[in-house]
Structures are given as C-alpha cells and as structure tokens.
Design a protein around this ligand. Structure first.
Ligand code: MG
Ligand code: MG
Length: 257
C-alpha cells in the first residue's frame, strides 16, 4: 500500500531533506585526494546530530556506518573504512536522515581530483537520468513513466541501469511501497498521485548491468569491474511539478546545536 502524506508531513520531510542536502554538500566540499572514507562518515554523522537529526543508515539491517560510500566499481552500500581517495576516483555518497520521525534519502557521485572523460560522462548521464525521472513524476503518469525516462536516457548514452537494486517510497519508514525500478518491468505500475513521496535513484553502470555483493555482505560491485554512478533525490508528487525535498534550504534548516 502506498502511503500518501499530508502537506504538514511533507513539510517535515522537507526539513529532513534539507539536512541531508546540507550534509552531502559539506562532504562534496571537503572531498579531495588524501581524504579517507572514514573521515567522511564521521563528518556526516556529526553534522546530522548537530542539526538535531539521526543518521538513518547506521544500524539499519546492521549497516555499520552513517554514510554509504561506494568508490569506482562499487555501485551502492559501500562501507566507509580506511580507504583513502585518490585522483581519478569517483565516489558515490548515499545518505539518509531521520527528523521528527520522517526519513529523507539522497545520493551524489563526486569526482576526486581529475577523472577520465568516460567517468565524467558517466556522472553527467546518471545525474541527468535522475532529473528526467523526476520530471516524469506527475499525477496522471504511472510509475513506469519514471522508470522509462531514466532507462531511455541511460541506454541511449551507451550505459546500463542496475536491475538488482531500485528506488522506493519513503516517509515514516526508509523503504515504503512502491519499489521504483530504473527500468520498465511488468510488475506493479500504479498511477502517480499528489502526496506520494518517492526516493528516485538511478544506479548506472559503464558496462554490463550485472552486479555482485562482496564478502562483507554489503558492498555491491559491478561484475565487470567497470565504474558505476548513483544519484538520488527524495521527491513529493504535487498537483503540478514534482517537488525535490532533498534540496538545501537554509531558511528551514534547524539551527546547529
Ligand atoms: Mg539513498
Ligand atoms: Mg534510497
């Protein structure tokens, strides 16, 4: 069942989203060759707590960190350990926060130092695919209009969309119905309605869409070891244009404590 949110619930999710955006912006600002993933994780957790919010991923199904950090051929769910970033890397930062019992979830993939033109194209196409998916998130459309917009943009640029992991509804839980694949399938394809809040998150591989999970039981990696990128926003469907909830809005950001 898809849980529709009231405008006051969406207002809370907007604050949660702004906190997530503030954290990701700060991480993007400090990323450079020589910084470790552990340092990024620590910073994300501290900042979130300063805003009076809770990091959503820590402890979720036993995940050991606040931040998911996935480098190069890692797709999602990378555990931020002692790895040090170097020039030419791309790092996916996936972050969620809970504020007044509501979740927000967003991801960016950031270049470290100088990256290859191919990696640059992968980041650009993945982010564009996210915005094409968001643009299709309108009442009257169906779920697969979002999926199709993403898939078409990715595949027409010669990349592939991951099949094994998908976007999701979000609200009082991190993962609510519906699942939002980044490809058109033949499952649940509901009409989109105002009040739906969705985490849309293309995961795009340079090569094959096939992925595997490391022996840490978390890190998802491309089978062919080519690069992968990930961008995500939490959005609300309205009567008109979709609203992105995970944008930085300093007016509503809780004061740092
Ligand atoms: Mg996420
Ligand atoms: Mg998500």
């Amino acid at each position: 069942m898809i849980i529709l949110k009231s405008s006051s619930e969406i207002a809370i999710m907007r604050v949660a989203g702004s906190i997530v955006a503030a954290v990701l912006e700060e991480l993007r600002r400090v990323i450079r060759p020589g910084i470790s993933l552990k340092q990024l994780d620590k910073k994300a957790e501290e900042l979130t707590k300063n805003f009076g919010a809770i990091p959503a991923f820590k402890g979720y199904n036993g995940f050991p960190a606040a931040l998911c950090a996935s480098v190069n051929d890692e797709v999602v769910h990378g555990i931020p350990g002692n790895r040090v970033l170097k020039s030419g890397d791309i790092v996916g930062l996936d972050f969620g926060a809970i504020y007044q019992d509501f979740y927000a979830d967003s991801a960016i993939t950031v270049p470290v130092g100088d990256i290859s033109p191919e990696a640059g194209k992968l980041l650009k196409v993945t982010e564009e695919a996210l915005y094409k998916g968001i643009a299709a998130a309108k009442p009257g459309n169906r779920l697969y209009d979002i999926s199709g917009a993403i898939q078409r943009h990715v595949e027409s640029n010669g990349f592939s969309v991951v099949r094994d992991f998908v976007g999701h509804g979000i609200g009082r839980k991190m993962h609510e119905a519906p699942q939002i694949p980044n490809f058109v399938g033949n499952d649940f394809n509901p009409r989109l309605k105002p009040g739906m809040t969705l985490a849309i998150e293309p995961m795009v591989n340079e090569g094959s869409y096939e992925v595997e999970v490391d022996s840490d039981n978390w890190t998802v990696r491309t089978n062919d070891r080519k690069f992968s990128a990930h961008f995500e926003h939490t959005i609300a469907i309205t009567d008109g244009e979709p609203e992105i909830l995970t944008l930085l809005n300093t007016e509503i950001l809780p004061r740092k404590v």
